[in-house]
Design a protein around this ligand. Sequence first.
Ligand SMILES: Nc1ncnc2c1ncn2[C@@H]1O[C@H](COP(=O)(O)OP(=O)(O)OP(=O)(O)O)[C@@H](O)[C@H]1O
Length: 704
Amino acid sequence: MSILRIAYQHAGFTRNLCLRYCLDTKIESLSKVKRDFITHLRREFRPKIRSERPSYNAAAFGIGGIGIATACVMQWARSRVLCEADRTAGVIKVTEKEPTFPWARFFQYLYPHVWHFLLALASALAVAVLNIWIPQCMSEVINVVAKLSDKTGFSENTEGRSAAFVMFEKLTQPTFRLARMYVSQALFTFVYIYTLSGIGEKIAMSLRQDLFKSVIMQDMAFFDRNRTGEIVNRLTSDIQDFKSAFKMCFSQGLKSITQIVGCVISIIMISPQLTGVMVMCVPTVILVGAILGSSLRKMSSEAQNQTAKSTTVSEEAISNIRTVRAFAAEEREIELFSNEVELAAVMHQRLGFGIGLFQGGTNLFLNGIVLGTLYLGGHLMSIGQLTPGDLMAFLMATQTIQRSLTQLSLLFGSYVRGISAGGRVFEFLDLPPSPLMIGGNVITDRCFRGNIEFENVTFEYPTRPNKPILKNFNLNIPAGKTVAIVGASGNGKTTVAALLERLYDVDEGSIKIDGTDIRTLNSSYLRGGVLGYINQEPVLFATTIMENIRYGMHGATDSEVIEAAKEANADEFIRKFPQEYNTLVGERGTQLSGGQKQRVAIARALLKKPSILILDEATSALDYESERVVQRALDSAAKGRTVLIIAHRLSTIKNADIIVVLQNGVIVEIGNHDELTMKNGVYYNLVNQQEKQKKDETENRQHG
Ligand SMILES: Nc1ncnc2c1ncn2[C@@H]1O[C@H](COP(=O)(O)OP(=O)(O)OP(=O)(O)O)[C@@H](O)[C@H]1O
């Protein structure tokens, strides 16, 4: 009786089962309290059942079947909605065409863990089989409990005691069997979760390593085509999604399918009538669930997209805070963000309303399961076609089916997400390394002197075909000379430097250093040992000055670093910091001034002792004072090297040996400063233009 009471208090379906049991049990031998309790229940329910017996069959079948089926499908649809909300909660991903998932490649990653994988699968299967057995075993226990209470009645006579004792012994066996099942279930659950989790982590680790290796070995065209965020997403959230889907699908999927199959067989065996009605109601309920679920999913996805949009607005404002400040655009940004957030809130509220209605309906139908099954099951019990244990087992099995369906619907979302995430991961992972990045010669027996020849170079960016940037470009830079390339913005100056660095290969013609075509050289050797590159906005890493300079040559000693810093006129200002070379420079070097950052970058480039220096507008971002200091550093760095300067400020290149004027990718003038000034042509005009601009700026400053 206590077992029944506990069950009555704690579980809805057990409560209903107890009720049904109380209606049919003999109460004469029970204590007064128990008798009153059951009599009360009988008074409440028996007349109703008896009087409604004719319609009871149909009602019970209907409610039971529809309740179970609807609840299953509602649960499925609800989980799809929640799953969809979860899916879109992250970054909005824009992929033009979903790459397919290469199963064969995936199995290559799985293969090293095949034994662990089989162990995990076997354990998951064992849990599923146990989950099917448990209701049956529970049914046995309930039946014995029912008889125990019925027969013995806890009477005081000796005979009664021994009868109770015999029945109690009968209870021990199934109870212990059930306990063994629970323990085994716990053990197997631990094994499959732990093992699959380990395999998932190892596969994810290998994927991350290989993907990063593959991405970093792509050419610049790849990075031009793909946004940084997209690449980083594949390394992070795509692999994460894939890993979760792998773990979930293989463990839960197998378990759920086995459970569904097993429990369906069980409920057919227990009560074909109940099962039949349930199956008949499924199509209608699937339709309703699918329609509701799909509209909620749409609402959810729109709301999440709006949230992501508002996040992007805030992200952009915060990461560009300097620009926001410079334009005093705080109010504008606040308004923009508020509008987006408000819209997101409205959409989420609407979604909440929909989900609330949906969940309310789902709960109603979930309770319908219990009620309906009780009605129909009760009827079957009353005509002797079902025992209390059977009804209990039926309810447990349908609950297991319902849980498994929910699980499967969640898994379906996870599977789709995992497959598309995996497809995206493998799409980049299987890209062959760019020919620009591998192979080629490393020259160890001599140093380059630095004679550069551009011969009939024609080039267009891979992302902008049919728009040649350089056309039949010819230029000879003798070793040790300084050559400046000038011209209006967008005329191809930086492109010349990029081609010399071999960030892209020329489409026609060739670039040679000391007579060697750079396409025959190993590109890491070319960039790491022959060329030194300094650009307008050097990027420093958030570490010490020492490590930032050492980045120029892996394994350089401290004294080599200090030597390079001296050459770059940086040693003096570095020594003034309390921590000297161990000073941290902050994220992207924000704790240094522009001129200081540039000198650290020059030291970093000089550390590898390059034969050729490329200065891509290296001083154009600096004020005049810093420019003078950095220029001195550059002048000393230029000694004994070939230097290619991409220049904006023409005042800085007056002393260059050769000045090349570029217009629409074609050299229109070439010579030194004096020669070009005398020509009175493009260069002359550019210089005059800049001087006038400078004069105007000075006057404005004086007046302002
Ligand atoms: N990665 C790229 N992909 C496609 N087109 C590019 C790329 N980089 C530059 N371009 C285009 O090539 C042309 C030449 O650009 P480049 O940067 O060489 O000019 P620039 O003379 O150095 O200009 P600026 O003085 O403004 O830096 C421009 O029209 C530019 O839009």
